[in-house]
Design a protein. Structure first.
Lengths: 215, 308
């Protein structure tokens, strides 16, 4: 136990990095995911194709490969900002299709009559989507989206394999420093992750109850 | 649904759509070309050496060597072996979890719920490291057991949801003909739940296959490790990017194939599965010439798909 207390500052520092990665990747994926979902249902053919291709592509590449690509090709192309920024971009790109798919399924879940009502009073595509569909869809998809966001919490650990000293990497460092108490350190690290994932899960459940649309 | 969002375009909308299409295509193509050009141009290193671009033949000639392909084959085999064993174990663990979590004895139910939440909330990578360091299993078994435990927990939840979604009458019917609760679960509810949830389970197996790449961080010689560590060590670092691209394509191919199978299975076993749906032509005219007015049979399961 004393090893955990001794290494606690190090773990806390890693945890802060993990939360930062999660915040950036989560917020970025929310923005881009909404955009991609909008593209996917838009009347413009090329945008639909682009959104579908992007989704299929990034959903089927392992995150390890995406982060490896960013961590090696980024510096090769002369990207500045360091491995943290590269990992954040990679995580964002990996999470975006999952968010987009969650939002799209929300859009598909809105009764057809809603869109038809919007169109019948003369709204265009942007107005139907922005004023009628998305406000309802977002309410419906908040719980699944929170569940989707639990994944990048755990996925930030992969960045620890690519020169970002977040919680996973700092746990490795802590173990290197205190090899005698591996189990205690790893359990403490697991507790940090569970703190985020279980909290998010509980929030998802609460929000689900509150925003449920009665139909 | 998508076509419901906007009216059939008139002349003005068509013009706007065309303009936006052209701009979008140009933009996307521009970004792609920029990336390809950036990768293709030769670079000068800090020490003044000129390094050829990524598409230079000197970076790809190594693929004439059969040894490279054999190494890739080995990497793929190692990846598939890990994924295969982990998948079988994950399904077994998932079945166990789904039974334990719905057990009538609280002594079994509550601890298994806690354990399951623990496995679900932890990064697979951390679990791999834990098993590797604490049980000193070596990276192969650490990878397999972490993947099996994590995905087993998730498959357990999927199966439990599948059983919960069945009509109550199924379980009651089993009990009423004198089956014990356990054999009701095993013979009546479970086969139906497993069949209904098969597409989601296969989707989870895609996740498992992708996650085998995590074993790279533990230095297990799976596909990514072979491509970015073993092969560049042997043939030189200038091939690193080429090896990486090929590994990327192989992963993409494997996962797309499995995703495609998942979609096929979903179509086969989805609501009203096994029923050959009559094809409803888009413009309301049947291929044989009569007008399609019939509703799609839905076999009483869920809503009928909307008429197009």
């Amino acid at each position: 136990m004393d090893a955990v207390i001794e290494q606690f500052p190090r773990l806390l520092e890693g945890f802060a990095k993990t939360l930062a990665l999660l915040g950036i990747a989560g917020a970025g994926a929310l923005v881009f995911g909404t955009l991609v979902a909008g593209f996917r249902v838009s009347p413009i053919g090329p945008l639909r194709i682009f959104a579908a291709t992007f989704t299929e592509l990034f959903r089927n590449i392992p995150l390890t490969l995406i982060l490896f690509g960013f961590a090696t090709l980024g510096p090769y192309l002369g990207a500045r900002g360091g491995y943290f920024v590269l990992a954040a971009i990679g995580l964002t790109l990996y999470t975006t299709p999952f968010i987009a798919e969650a939002i799209r399924s929300g859009i598909n879940g809105i009764p057809v009559g809603q869109a038809e009502a919007g169109r019948s009073i003369g709204l265009g595509f942007g107005q139907v989507l922005g004023h009628v569909i998305l406000p309802q869809a977002v309410r419906m998809v908040i719980p699944p989206i929170i569940n989707v966001l639990i994944a990048p919490t755990k996925n930030t650990s992969v960045a620890g394999g690519f020169f970002v000293v977040e919680l996973f990497a700092s746990s490795r460092n802590a173990i290197n420093a205190r090899g005698d108490e591996v189990i205690a350190i790893l359990l403490a690290v697991a507790a940090f992750y569970l703190l985020v994932t279980v909290t998010l899960g509980i929030i998802a459940g609460q929000v689900e109850k509150r925003v449920a649309v009665a139909r | 649904m998508t076509s419901v969002l906007y009216d059939a375009p008139g002349p003005k909308a068509k013009r706007i759509a065309r303009i936006v299409s052209v701009i979008a295509v140009l933009l996307i193509a521009g970004v792609l070309v920029a990336v390809i050009v950036a990768l293709a141009v030769p670079r000068t290193t800090a020490s003044g050496q000129v390094v050829p671009g990524l598409f230079d033949p000197s970076r790809w000639d190594v693929f004439n060597d059969l040894v490279v392909w054999r190494a890739f084959g080995n990497g793929v085999l190692n990846t598939l072996r890990m994924a295969g064993i982990a998948a079988v174990l994950a399904i077994a663990i998932g079945v166990l979890f789904s039974f334990a979590r719905t057990a009538s004895l609280a002594v079994i139910r509550i601890p298994s719920t806690v354990i399951l939440e623990f496995f679900r909330g932890m990064p697979v990578l951390l679990m791999m490291l834990f098993i590797l360091l604490v049980f000193s299993t070596g990276s192969y078994w650490a990878g397999i057991s972490a993947l099996a435990l994590y995905n087993g927990a998730i498959i357990g939840e999927i199966l439990r949801a599948g059983v919960a979604a069945l009509p109550r009458g199924q379980g009651e019917a089993g009990l009423s003909i004198g089956l014990s609760p356990l054999s009701t679960r095993f013979r009546i509810e479970f086969p139906q739940a497993a069949r209904n949830m098969l597409p989601i389970i296969i989707a989870q197996l895609v996740v498992l296959l992708k996650d085998t790449a995590l074993a790279y961080i533990l230095a297990y010689s799976e596909l990514l490790y072979v491509a970015t560590k073993t092969l560049p060590n042997f043939f030189g670092n200038r091939y690193l990017y080429s090896f990486f691209f090929v590994a990327l394509l192989i992963y993409l191919g494997m996962n797309l194939l499995l995703s495609f199978i998942a979609r096929l299975v979903a179509k086969r076993t989805g609501p009203g599965g096994r029923i050959v749906r009559p094809r409803i032509p888009r413009r309301g005219v049947h291929p044989e010439g009569d007008i399609a007015m019939s509703r799609v049979p839905d076999a009483g399961m869920g809503a009928a798909p909307p008429l197009l």
